[in-house]
Design a protein around this ligand. Structure first.
Ligand code: ADP
Ligand code: ZN
Length: 214
């Protein structure tokens, strides 16, 4: 973002599918704020272990910023440095709705708030507080990845469990590790119907013993 058209505080959101470069973009903005000698704080959800320890931004004059892991919006509020000019939150889809109030309050007190997160969950539905954050933000950038099946711009996060598309009633946030994620376009994105997984579990090996096929 080369032009900052707003005086006082504001909220900017970097939204998009997995692998669309949200963390890269957040880091780029943070790095530039550090170069501009702004005091910057970065928060990230403890649920995201992919970048554990990797998110660190340092400038030539030796100032560095590391992401602070948090569980909740209350923890963000508690750990805000009152002297920070710029507050960034990565993986904001994992935050509770309280992050909307925290971001609003910071912006109204003159801070620049940068939020990055998944706009949609594995079903393609709005994810956590992201829709509200996108609605109240002054600026929203929606990034795309590349669909791994057809090469089109990817706007959906495909969840695979043991290589098979996850069912609709699979939990929104999985903390297990059996699942894998891919970037896909709308046409290539697959969500299996709810309960299909359970039906498979109860399917008996001998068709003669199946009760009603429901
Ligand atoms: P996000 O935070 O949105 O998940 P990251 O900033 O962590 O994204 O990662 C973006 C990087 O992921 C890209 O620069 C690219 O190198 C890599 N990448 C891996 N798979 C894909 C894909 N299917 N489409 C685009 N980039 C991909
Ligand atoms: Zn596709």
């Amino acid at each position: 973002m080369s032009v900052m058209p707003f005086s006082g505080g504001w909220i900017e959101v970097v939204a998009g599918v997995m692998f669309s470069g949200k963390s890269e973009e957040l880091m780029r903005r943070v790095r530039r704020a550090v170069i501009a000698r702004k005091r910057v704080q970065v928060f990230k959800s403890h649920l995201d272990s992919r970048y554990a320890g990797l998110f660190a931004v340092s400038s030539h004059d030796g100032r560095s910023v590391e992401a602070i892991p948090v569980d909740s919006s209350a923890q963000v509020a508690q750990r805000i440095d009152p002297l920070a000019h710029v507050i960034a939150v990565d993986e904001a889809q994992f935050m509770d709705e309280g992050i909307v109030e925290v971001a609003t309050s910071l912006a109204s007190r003159g801070r620049r708030v940068i939020i990055a997160g998944l706009d949609t969950d594995f079903r393609g539905e709005p994810f956590g507080p992201m829709p509200r954050l996108m609605a109240i933000a002054e600026m929203v950038d929606k990034l795309h990845a590349i669909c791994v099946l057809c090469g089109a711009p990817a706007t959906r996060t495909q969840r695979l469990i043991d290589g098979i598309p996850a069912a609709w009633d699979s939990p929104t946030i999985m903390v297990g590790g059996r699942e894998a994620y891919e970037a896909r376009c709308r046409a290539c994105h697959v969500v299996r119907p709810a309960h299909e997984a359970q039906r498979e579990i109860f399917r008996a090996p001998d068709p003669g013993t199946r009760s009603n096929g429901a």
